[in-house]
Design a binder for this molecule. Structure first.
Ligand code: PEP
Ligand code: MN
Length: 336
């Protein structure tokens, strides 16, 4: 059960609410986000809500029976939206396109990609500087200096930045040079990292774990939300199954399911999802048809020479077509 309190509720009123709830043997978790104040009450809620709903200082109250609460649509029925300023929005009626190289490389290459994105009206650039690689001998990113350069270039073109944070110490290091923190599939259940991202006032995109369920993704999002940060985006990026003909199995079932279970925006990463360049666009279109709020995909001016993930990376011509087609499908979907 979620009880939303008036922000700035007096100590006296709060005490009254707490004692009423505690007398019903509910376990209470006090959640203060950057926007709101909630009590998450766990336990049996088989009493008439009106018995507590009348108490002064309560703004709203709902029974949510899921393992996640604040990210549930049973709590908030309207879609949440992330506003990155200058009209750049994710969720609730917008198609957010986020594109860029798997890894940020040198300044010249980064500039060419950012300029290309700006020419296509794509206003969010993705690129990793701390790369989680299966082999320790693979390219592991340009680090914080690469992020500073990436930031300089994106600011020049008015583009927002999303990049992966791999550990708690990188949050502060990256903070000034980033617009959205990405939690990678290997870190979806790094609960210390999620707790710390709850304290940050910038949006967080959480990818689904490689072998994570939909509910586990929602519980990971709940960590960040209950830690204080409501600005969340969920990302389906494929899961590991017995199938070997593609890099991962892009589970597009999760899109309508997540949209039904949660009020958070849902984006899809078809690049890691299928891992095969020629099939990235059809899977992006399928994701839009399934109800995705955005697409996160990899591009590079010379995918064959990309420092990582070239085989699933689109060249500019392919990217132009994906941008055009996903937008027109989104417009069609919006008219349905
Ligand atoms: C990435 O987006 O570059 C990445 C490493 O993705 P994932 O965490 O989904 O593997
Ligand atoms: Mn990649």
């Amino acid at each position: 059960m979620i009880i939303q309190l008036e922000t700035g509720i007096s100590a006296e009123r709060k005490e009254k609410v707490l004692s009423e709830l505690e007398s019903r043997k509910l376990k209470l978790v006090d959640v203060k986000t950057q926007l709101n104040h909630y009590l998450v009450a766990l336990g049996k809620t088989d009493f008439d809500l009106r018995q507590i709903g009348h108490l002064k200082g309560i703004r709203d109250i709902h029974v949510v029976s899921d393992t996640y609460q604040l990210v549930s649509k049973k709590w908030k029925t309207s879609s949440s939206q992330i506003d990155l300023g200058d009209g750049i929005k994710i969720g609730d009626g917008n198609l957010a396109l986020m594109a860029g190289p798997c890894s940020i490389e040198d300044e010249e290459k980064t500039d060419i990609i950012a300029k290309f994105l700006a020419s296509q009206g794509v206003s969010i650039m993705r690129g990793g500087v701390f790369k989680p690689r299966s082999s320790p001998y693979s390219f592991r990113g340009t680090g914080i200096e690469g992020l500073k350069m990436f930031h300089r270039i994106c600011r020049k073109y008015g583009i927002r930045i999303i990049s992966e944070v791999m550990q708690v110490s990188q949050i502060a290091e990256m903070y000034d040079y980033i617009d959205v923190f990405q939690v990678g599939a290997r870190n979806t259940q790094n609960f210390n990292l999620l707790d710390e991202l709850g304290k940050v006032d910038k949006p967080v995109l959480i990818k689904r774990g490689i072998s994570g369920t939909v509910d586990e993704l929602l519980q990971s999002a709940e960590y960040v939300f209950s830690g204080g940060n409501e600005k969340l985006i969920l990302c389906e990026r494929g899961i590991r199954t017995y199938e070997t003909s593609s890099r991962n199995t892009l589970d597009l079932n999760s899109v309508p399911i997540l949209k039904e279970k949660s009020h958070l925006p849902v984006v899809v990463d078809p690049s890691h999802g299928i891992g095969i360049r020629d099939f990235v666009e059809p899977m992006a279109l399928a994701a839009v048809a399934a109800g995705a709020d955005g697409i996160l995909f990899e591009i590079h001016q010379e995918p064959e020479k990309a420092a990582s993930d070239g085989a699933q990376t689109l060249n500019f011509e392919e990217a132009m077509q994906l941008v055009k087609r996903t937008r027109s499908l989104f417009d069609l979907r919006s008219s349905w």
